[in-house]
Design a protein around this ligand. Structure first.
Ligand code: F3S
Length: 295
């Protein structure tokens, strides 16, 4: 049995930055409050809780700071409420998410109707929508868009979306639009993770996709990998079932691992170690995911 980790697995730049800011803030002030969990990974959120970082869903319940805006950003009205409370605000919105907000404002100002490629219930998209005053439609693969002719329409993407979905949407809108503008706001960290995971899935029998069950980018990785290999999406090592490997008789199979942009390294190492134990592969204790064979 061979076990590989897809290149570019785990924390992206924006998540690393948000966690660093949360840790530093909690250290300086003795506590920090995030609006919603700082990242979509329950294990990391629990670990941060022990350092004094707690999550609140309703901003009206926040009486004192410091408050951290997570990498997804927040709606402009929520930011106004926080500012009116004169709290210490640490903005950990990912710069690439901010870029999408800037494009939304430009398209809005220039009179485009806007189609957002993404999940309208996701906090990133709820925040993005708040910067748009003109008509907004949402589209993910199975949604239906009005078929009437669009005079001026712009596409803006959730940063964790997939280029194939963007192509489908652009092809749908092209024949029914007088003017179509595409803001490709899919983050490069998302792109490289998806491409590396797909390449690995193509040579594997089984793919283990690691990350929060509530993480959009991890769910997208699992969906893509499942097109090429049997795929299991797990959060922690305890979820691994022996039967997944037994059915291959533990012989000559390739197992691939990949992890979403909000998955901490220590969870990836735990899962790799457990897979090696099951496979009878001896490994030294690890300190970095760079020590795992990559593909
Ligand atoms: Fe930012 Fe891209 Fe990560 S948008 S939070 S660097 S996936």
């Amino acid at each position: 049995m061979k076990i590989y980790l897809a290149k570019h697995s785990g924390f992206c730049f924006g998540v690393k930055r948000a966690i660093k800011l949360a840790e530093e803030t909690a250290k300086e002030y003795g506590k920090a409050i995030t609006i919603g969990p700082i990242i979509h990974n329950p294990q990391m959120v629990e670990r941060l809780q022990n350092d004094g970082v707690s999550a609140v869903e309703d901003i009206n319940l926040i009486e004192s700071g410091p408050v951290i805006i997570r990498s997804h950003g927040i709606p402009n009205k929520s930011l106004d409420v926080l500012q009116s409370k004169e709290l210490v605000i640490i903005d950990a919105t990912c710069p690439y998410v901010n870029k999408a907000h800037e494009f939304a404002k430009i398209a809005d100002k220039q009179g485009y109707e806007i189609v957002i490629l993404g999940d309208k219930t996701h906090p990133e998209i709820i925040a993005l929508q708040s910067y748009i005053k003109s008509k907004v439609y949402f589209w993910e693969k199975s949604d239906v868009l009005p078929k009437s002719k669009y005079t001026k329409v712009a596409i803006i993407c959730q940063t964790t979306q997939n280029v194939d979905n963007l192509n489908i949407l652009a092809n749908m809108l092209t024949p029914i639009s007088n003017e179509l503008r595409i803001f490709n706001t899919i983050c490069n960290a998302t792109n490289v993770r998806q491409q590396a995971s797909l390449e690995l899935a193509k040579i594997c029998d089984l793919m283990i996709v690691i990350g929060g069950k509530n993480s959009s980018n991890t769910k997208m990785l699992a969906k893509l990998c499942s097109e090429y290999a049997e795929t299991k999406h797990i959060e922690i090592a305890d979820e691994i079932e022996l039967s997944w490997l037994e059915k291959y008789n533990n012989q000559g199979i390739n197992i691939g691992m990949t992890a979403g942009a909000s998955t901490p390294d220590w969870i990836i190492i735990e899962i790799y170690s457990k897979l090696c134990k099951i496979a009878g592969i001896e490994i030294p204790s690890m300190h970095s995911i760079d020590e795992i064979p990559s593909y």
